[in-house]
Design a binder for this molecule. Structure first.
Ligand SMILES: [Zn+2]
Length: 512
């Protein structure tokens, strides 16, 4: 089964939040104490951080709100409102309850695997979108925990005050690490954490991590992903019941001088020397051809899969700038194939069991390094060579201003072909608001499909006019048929509805 990922602005900050790190005075501490009015500076501070904006985190937010514990939610803007993720209205609720909204890029790609230009777009544009939604984010978390000196300078230049990783403090994988981060942290752009809380953590592990940090005091950021209930608990999830018990216990630790604060409350603005007031404008990607069109080179993918914020790079098997896409219930296998149309390699997709949906190779859903910048209203001609045991068709997606990828349209079918055949198709005009496009030849039955030598170009204007004419004629013809159909249905029972190909849902994704 697969499903892939996925997956701009003046900024005005509200009044500065007192910073524990910068001004650790009793007044500063109590001014932001949502955990209850602490009358002294907390010796130990715990930050509850949630990555990705998974929809199930709203259950955690309700639990924490009950105990008046604020949390930091790191949001992937391009995922907001897609299946499995929080909505704009959820974000509003989180902020209204005193939680912090932080940035986690637009497309949740590993920043270290991207060009500097794309990494800047991912970080700065994500922050601008949050600001436009009303959340002046000062805190950032690295997708996949992947940071480097280069990414840290990008984070700073985009105006963030802090950036959180996923390792560095004492955890099962790091027995010799420190028990807590310092306040202020030695490097706010690589905040350390005690690993990631997953399903292997017990309540005792959580409590022990806190009491260990209390020994010398300091800051303990905890990293959570999914929140689950019942039998449906994945590997990177914490049970809502366990979180409830932990939250109740944690709220009572204030008596021991342990407080719960958002990351922004601990860091504050002045820690990095200047208040964060704006996000620099970052230019959109220029139009370009398909990158790595003959799928010759492979590279560690920027994609962070299955919600794993692991620090190890993804295996370098997927062609550089491409991603394995699809949705629904089917089992897809991907292979590098030697029987290529051009160059040394092609990509073979085999579906071994099929119930619904499709699978396809697509240019990476990003902000323009791999996906294709487009102009609304223009038609584009898609091309690829293929060999297939089953029929195929193009499925195309476009990117909205907030980085969300939306199903756009599908081509007519191309027949199964034993030898190499070319599939060429001119799209209808790109929809209003589309800034980027990604497309792939889809397999939607058992069988295999090998593809190579992709192309993408703006359709010449006269051809585009003809296509627009055909589209208009088809719409008029369909309207005429529909009117005739309604007249017929008045006299007899309707036939069983036939699903319309190409009206499938988007392949927005399961996994970050
Ligand atoms: Zn993430």
């Amino acid at each position: 089964m697969l499903a892939v990922g996925l997956v701009t602005v003046a900024l005005v900050l509200p009044g500065p939040v007192p910073a524990l790190g910068a001004t650790a005075t009793p007044a500063a501490a109590s001014a932001t104490a949502i955990t209850g009015a602490a009358s002294h500076v907390p010796r130990t501070v715990v930050s509850l951080t949630f990555d990705d904006g998974d929809a199930d985190q709203m259950a955690a937010a309700r639990v924490l709100h009950r105990y008046r514990l604020p949390a930091t939610f790191y949001i992937i803007t391009g995922a907001v409102g897609t299946p499995g993720y929080v909505t704009r209205s959820d974000l509003h609720q989180l902020a209204a309850d005193g939680n912090e909204i932080g940035g986690h890029t637009v497309s949740h790609l590993r920043l270290t695997a991207l060009s500097t230009a794309e990494a800047r777009r991912q970080v700065c544009t994500g922050r601008s979108i949050l600001a436009r939604w009303g959340y002046p984010a000062g805190s950032f978390a690295y997708p996949g925990g992947a940071d480097s000196p280069r990414t840290q300078s990008i984070i700073r230049s985009c105006g963030y005050s802090s950036a959180r990783g996923v390792v560095g403090l004492r955890a099962p994988g790091c027995p010799g690490c420190s028990l807590a981060e310092t306040i202020p942290p030695a490097n706010p752009l690589t905040l350390r954490t005690a690993g990631e809380v997953d399903s292997s953590w017990t309540l005792r592990d959580l409590e022990h991590t806190v009491t260990a940090a209390e020994r010398d005091g300091g800051w303990l950021p905890l990293v959570f992903h999914h929140v689950c209930a019942g039998r449906r608990c994945g590997g990177l999830a914490v049970r809502a019941t366990m979180l409830d018990t932990f939250a109740r216990w944690l709220a009572q630790r204030q008596r021991q001088g342990t407080a719960v604060r958002t990351v922004g409350q601990v860091i504050g603005g002045p820690v990095v020397g200047r208040p964060v007031r704006s996000t620099p404008h970052v230019a959109a990607a220029r139009p370009h051809r398909i990158v790595n069109p003959s799928v010759e080179s492979v590279a560690a993918s920027g994609a962070v899969s299955a919600s794993l914020e692991t620090t190890s790079a993804a295996p370098a098997r997927t062609p550089q700038c491409w991603m394995q896409g699809g949705y629904g219930h089917n089992t897809a296998r991907w292979q590098r194939a030697r029987d290529s149309h051009a160059g040394g390699w092609a990509e073979r997709l085999t579906i071994t069991s099929y119930h619904s949906g499709d699978a396809k190779l697509l240019p990476q859903f990003d902000l323009g390094e791999c996906s294709l910048p487009v102009r609304p209203g223009r038609s584009y001609t898609l091309g690829a060579w293929y060999q297939s045991t089953a029929r195929t068709q193009y499925s195309a997606y476009y990117r909205t201003w907030s980085g969300r990828w939306v199903y756009w349209t599908s081509s007519p079918y191309f027949p199964a072909s034993q030898g190499w055949a070319q599939a060429r198709w001119a799209t209808p005009p790109a929809p209003a608001g589309a800034s980027g496009v990604s497309f792939g030849l889809a397999l939607f039955s058992k069988g295999s499909l090998t593809t190579d030598t992709y192309s993408f170009a703006a359709t010449p204007p006269d051809a585009a006019r003809r296509i627009a004419g055909w589209v208009l004629l088809s719409v008029l013809a369909a309207a005429g048929l529909a009117a005739a159909g309604r007249a017929v249905r008045r006299r007899r029972r309707p036939a069983n509805p036939v699903p319309v190909e190409g009206k499938r849902s988007t392949s927005s994704s399961s996994s970050r």
